[in-house]
Design a protein around this ligand. Structure first.
Ligand code: MLT
Ligand code: MN
Length: 310
């Protein structure tokens, strides 16, 4: 399977437009060991010709321009190698790019009933003409082939399953208590493999609030996991003076702390671990920083835009 990191930053990207914190400043000034990051999304393909997007970030136009595998090919005057999109939640950083795929192009849009429901209530998403774009609800816990708009199998197999998380920020309902009305299906993980090679399955989990026993069991021994890299520490945005929310409040595990990502993965035997969806405050993106060294010493890689696997 071919995997291309289109974007590795969290919502807002790095540097986020209005963030004047230390990490954002370093990246904005082009400091040694830093690079900007667009908002998180992967492109995957079994054959290198037909590609599916895992999430559609607001930076998708720029991401397509920078990745020639996603450019139109052949003689037709309208063409795209992009066959469809799989959504892992309904947050702006993962759905706003759908508006970039506007108008009359055949695509399949996969998401949970919850997330497709939110999009369905919002008529702006009808720029993806319903005559051309099929919306396909994902059944959690069942494997299925990604198909193009003609119904042809792409060779990429997927199983979606719920992980601990939160409803999209723009759908939060404070009257519904501590979890803002979150339900199963608001945040999912994707297990992906090439048809016939489930033993090499890998995972894409750009948002996850907690390592549960079920998730630990699923990930044990996996060949590759892309995992929620939003924050280094839970109170990072508060300490940096740029925000009031903790990671927990946003539905994200942080790298450090008793229930943090480094500790949670320490004994899972995952062969390749890559942090993605990294926030504009997270010091791990500064090569050579103490935090960067600590995640690398714990066996993690840090995703960057344009990273290729397979
Ligand atoms: C998140 O991952 O917490 C969201 O992307 C927040 C947002 O939509 O800004
Ligand atoms: Mn996000």
């Amino acid at each position: 399977m071919k995997i291309r990191v289109l974007g590795s930053g969290a919502g807002g990207g790095i540097p986020q437009w209005n963030c004047h914190g230390e990490v954002s400043r370093a990246v904005r000034s082009g400091a040694l060991g830093t690079s900007p990051r667009t908002q998180s999304s992967l492109a995957v393909s079994a054959d290198g010709e037909h590609w599916f997007l895992l999430n559609a970030s607001p930076d998708l136009g720029e991401q397509i321009r920078k990745n020639s595998v996603l450019h139109p090919r052949g003689e037709a005057l309208r063409h795209s190698p992009i066959q469809g999109v799989v959504l892992t939640n309904g947050d702006v950083d993962h759905v706003a790019g759908l508006l970039v795929l506007r108008e009359s192009h055949p695509l399949v849009l996969y998401g949970t009933e919850r997330v497709l429901g939110f999009l369905g209530e919002n008529s702006i998403f009808n720029v993806l003409s319903p005559h051309y774009v099929q919306r396909q609800a994902l059944s959690l816990g069942q494997s299925f082939p990604l198909r193009d708009a003609r119904g042809d199998m792409s060779g990429v197999m997927v199983e979606a399953f719920a992980v601990s998380g939160k409803v999209a920020l723009w759908q939060e309902d404070e009257s519904k208590g501590d979890n803002f009305g979150s339900e199963e299906g608001d945040t999912i993980a994707l297990k992906l493999w090439r048809e016939g090679a489930e033993q090499d399955a890998w995972y894409y989990i750009p948002a996850c609030a907690a390592m549960t026993p079920d998730l630990a069991r699923r990930l044990t021994g996996a060949s590759l996991v892309f995992f929620d890299g939003t924050l280094w520490r839970d109170d990072e945005m508060i300490i940096a003076g740029v925000g009031t929310k903790t990671g927990r409040r946003m539905g994200h595990m942080s790298q450090t702390g008793e229930h943090g990502t480094l500790r949670a993965f320490a004994d899972l035997g995952v062969k390749r671990k890559i942090l993605i969806h990294i926030n504009t405050t997270n010091p791990i993106i500064i090569e050579g920083s103490e935090e960067n060294r600590k995640v690398r010493d714990a066996g993690w890689e840090i995703a960057y835009d344009g990273m290729e696997i397979g």
